[in-house]
Design a protein around this ligand. Structure first.
Ligand code: UDP
Length: 310
């Protein structure tokens, strides 16, 4: 297949480019490097099956070749990034989704939207199943991402229903692994960086809030299975192993053998108190579930960050 991946130079996008090339596809990677990084894709340039186009997908997209699949992964995705780029985040979720869906219609290509657990906002139910409609503050600082992705899902379903486009929606929960930016502000790279430098681990609030972390190779496998499936309704992809942020600091300190202390800082506005995916649907319909446990995944990730820091 010839596949266009928007946000292909980002953390998840670059892993997808790599995996889809390995499987014999032709990949066109598109990115404007607002939060993506050329270093993530440098190793792919020698492949005859890899092409790169620098472009902002909120502008009209022109591709002179046929396309079989479009994966729309472009977006700032960490809270500090989307608070730094609020308008771009809204535009890539809204205009970028519209442009990629339009392109998909023209090319008669299949389509997969990277959505997020943030559509559930600060959830009042735990775990979150796809049936839950969410609890989002549309005018809060995180609203720019949450609402953009909610709009993106609505637009994708509208193209599916009205234009009969062959679409899919992955609701991606916290994912981690090599190629995350050290300074992207998310808890995994931040704590690893702080632990390796023997600096205090900055825990927001009292650390009782929970998250569930999925290793990148598991997520990529889930996306590939979803691509091959005929499922148009949203599907949660994530690891249901839930832990408090405070327990997560203990894991990081044990694995890195760091002596860092813990520094409590104020909880950011609208920070979700709990997050855990109900993955029954993915298990039943895609025969998918994560295989990499948190210790193994963190060890691999920490190895990668050690090399970056040294
Ligand atoms: N967090 C923290 N310290 C940090 C960064 C994040 O305690 O230095 C917390 C944050 O408040 C949230 C959780 O870790 O409760 C996960 O944050 P992240 O930015 O990774 O993404 P989120 O899951 O909130 O989208």
């Amino acid at each position: 297949m010839r596949i266009l991946i928007t946000g292909g130079a980002g953390f998840i996008g670059s892993h997808l480019c790599e995996e889809l090339i390995k499987k014999g596809n032709q990949v066109i990677c598109m990115d404007n490097f607002i939060t993506g990084d050329k270093k993530n894709i440098n190793h792919l340039f020698p492949s005859p099956n890899f092409q790169f186009i620098e472009h902002n997908v909120t502008e009209h997209i022109d591709i002179p070749w046929g396309l079989d699949y479009i994966l729309h992964f472009a977006s700032p995705a960490s809270p500090i990034d989307y608070i730094k780029f609020p308008i771009q985040t809204l535009k890539v979720g809204a205009l970028g989704t519209h442009n990629t869906l339009g392109l998909s219609k023209t090319k008669k290509a299949k389509y997969l939207l990277a959505s997020t657990s943030e559509v559930y906002g600060d959830p009042e139910v735990n775990p979150q199943s796809e049936e839950y409609w969410g609890n989002v503050n549309c005018i809060g600082p995180r609203g720019v991402y949450d609402e953009a992705k909610r709009f993106a899902e609505a637009m994708t379903m509208a193209y599916h229903r009205y234009h009969k486009l062959d679409t899919r929606i992955a609701r991606i929960f916290n994912t981690y692994g090599p190629r995350m930016r050290l300074n992207d502000g998310r808890v995994v790279p931040t704590f690893i960086n702080q632990a390796l430098k023997e600096k205090p681990l900055t825990v927001f609030g009292n650390g009782e809030q929970t998250r569930s972390f999925c290793y990148i190779s598991d997520l990529v496998e889930g996306i590939l299975k979803l691509m091959d499936s005929p499922i148009h309704d949203p599907i949660n992809l994530g690891n249901p192993q839930e832990m408090t942020i405070l327990d997560f600091t203990k894991k990081i300190l044990t694995i890195t053998k760091s002596k860092s202390k813990i520094l409590f800082k104020p909880l950011p506005e609208d920070d979700p108190k709990v997050r855990r995916p109900d993955i029954s649907k993915a298990k039943n319909l895609l025969d998918w579930q994560p295989k990499v446990g948190i210790d193994e995944g963190l060890q691999k990730t920490i190895r990668h960050f050690r090399e970056k820091i040294i």
